[in-house]
Design a protein around this ligand. Structure first.
Ligand code: BDR
Ligand code: CA
Length: 314
């Protein structure tokens, strides 16, 4: 089978970085057509630079990196340096600058052009940050939807609490209006929210196994993840941090690691109290047809075996 064509839309971020590395390490399964960046964990100037630093770490200078929207649709940008550090990739010892060029084209136009020149149901979009770029692409060129095979995204919380506010997860809380545009677009959605990402925890043993790979990449990832999980044991009462964004890539590589349910999901865009909540009709109490497969379970040992296998390839 030929590799599945994907676009990774991201805001690196240490967990975005691991997701990128896993995808770039899997060319037989995934053809990364491009990496598009959005403002999120840190401002756009940083996320696009970080994406290039990570591609360079993977030795993949051939992958084009694009900068997209510098802010959410309606809300002011609220970044997450308290989690990811000032650079977004704190904890790694990567060179501050990348030698890889940033592409001239806007990320939104790259997404549109790529989808329009593809066949029906061909391109998979993998958003790992706020959904601003994807929403703008859909608004600008709604006809791209028919060529999108799936939008497999990290964001939201269907069953449990949020991590940005009591109600909302960071990616959706950052740009709830964009998220609602994507939910309503008609493309098949696969949602990896906190329900599932909080079941894949970077325990000290798993972190040690990553470091023990003993490569330049594993050293950088070990450093990043040690920084990234520094507050989480206290906050969540778990022995490490949830490894959110890599779930998206892990599912593309090995879908049997996860279980989910097809339900209707909508995003709250009005209430100040619950802005950005992903409201999932888990028990089918409305007549709204399912628009998303919402993942809620993972084989966490199998997940980390896959992470380690892919990082070992680089
Ligand atoms: C999401 O928010 C960001 O901090 C992470 O990169 C991930 O995409 C988790 O809520
Ligand atoms: Ca992210």
């Amino acid at each position: 089978m030929s590799p599945r064509p994907i676009i990774i839309d991201c805001d690196p971020g240490q967990d975005d970085a691991v997701a990128l590395l896993m995808a770039l390490a899997s060319p037989e399964a995934l053809k990364v057509l491009g990496v598009t960046c959005v403002a999120g964990n840190v401002p756009l100037e940083r996320t696009q630079r970080n994406a290039r630093r990570v591609c360079e770490l993977a030795g993949r200078h051939d992958v084009p990196v694009f900068a997209g929207c510098p802010r959410p649709l309606l809300l002011p940008l609220g970044t997450a340096e308290a989690v990811h550090g000032q650079t977004g990739l704190d904890g790694s010892d990567l060179p501050e600058q990348s030698t890889m060029p940033l592409q001239d084209r806007h990320a939104v136009d790259f997404i549109i052009d790529t989808c329009l020149s593809a066949g029906e149901n061909e391109v998979t979009l993998c958003p790992l940050g706020p959904l601003t770029n994807i929403a703008v692409a859909i608004v600008k060129a709604p006809q791209i939807v028919e060529n999108i095979r799936e939008i497999v995204f990290m964001g939201g919380a269907a069953l449990g609490p949020g991590n940005r506010t009591p109600a909302a997860e960071f990616n959706i809380a950052t740009d709830p209006h964009a998220a609602q545009i994507v939910m309503e677009a008609g493309a098949p959605l696969v949602m990896f929210g906190l329900d599932v990402t909080h079941t894949v925890i970077t325990t000290p043993l798993r972190l040690e196994a990553i470091r023990n790979i003993g490569t330049r990449v594993s050293e950088a990832v070990g450093g990043m993840l040690s920084y990234y999980d520094r507050h989480d044991p206290e906050r969540y009462g778990e022995p490490g941090a949830p490894l959110h964004d890599p779930c998206v890539i892990a599912w593309l590589l090995q879908p049997d690691l996860f279980r989910g349910k097809a339900v209707h999901v909508a995003v709250e865009t009005n209430s100040p109290l619950t802005l950005g909540r992903t409201v999932a009709d888990w028990w089918g109490v409305t007549n709204n047809p399912p628009n998303a497969t919402v993942m809620d379970r993972a084989d966490s040992d199998g997940f980390y075996a896959l992470v380690i296998d892919r990082l070992s390839r680089l």
